[in-house]
Design a protein around this ligand. Structure first.
Ligand code: PH2
Ligand code: MG
Ligand code: MG
Length: 178
């Protein structure tokens, strides 16, 4: 219809949730409950994984174990708007930004935004750590193992299968946690 404003098309995104301080699964649940009213329709959600903290420098004392999970979602928010929303939800959970990789109540990262491939100072898509981290790939594979990662010529399942030890750092799988 002439003059009508077309609604922005929704894009399929994948979000990673992590945290190792406080009631992390509670934080995950609150985030998933808050997203729909903020323009993000939540789709499939992975199991929750208890994982050993990955440290920044070899030899660093690891902090408490993390919980990690991945969620599929659909949104018409632009990448920057989605990133700002993620940071706002982290702040709502009392996230303190003390230093890189500090222990945290909630980390909410954009893993994938549609087929977008971009490298900007604070927003690299797909997430640069994705292919290297079992605590991301394993829950991602729960949600969609056949998803081809934009910019890489491999699916989530193929990346996962390349890991020599498919349980490395994964202590426990919590099913039906939502
Ligand atoms: N996130 C980090 C640093 N280390 N370790 C685990 N197991 N899980 C995480 O999500 C994680 C981490 C910084 O984002
Ligand atoms: Mg992170
Ligand atoms: Mg983050």
């Amino acid at each position: 219809v002439t003059g009508a404003i077309a609604p922005a098309a929704e894009v399929r995104v994948f979000l990673a949730m992590g945290g190792n301080l406080g009631d992390v699964l509670g934080a995950f649940r609150r985030v998933l409950a808050a997203l729909p009213a903020r323009g993000v329709r939540v789709g499939r959600v992975s199991h929750a994984y208890r994982t050993r903290a990955m440290v920044l420098h070899l030899g660093d004392e690891p902090g408490p174990d993390y919980w990690n999970a991945v969620s599929e979602a659909h949104t018409a928010l632009a990448p920057r708007a989605l990133l700002a929303l993620c940071q706002e939800l982290e702040d709502d959970e009392g996230r303190e930004r003390v230093r890189k990789w500090a222990d945290r109540t909630l980390d909410l990262d954009i893993l994938v935004y549609g087929d977008r491939v971009t490298e900007e100072p604070d927003l690299t898509l797909p997430h640069p750590g994705l292919a290297k981290r079992l605590f991301v790939l394993q829950p991602f594979a729960d949600v969609d193992p056949d998803f081809p990662i934009p910019g890489l010529s491999q699916t989530v399942g193929q990346l996962l299968a390349r890991f020599p030890d498919r349980n490395a750092g994964i202590e426990y799988v919590m099913r039906g946690w939502l």
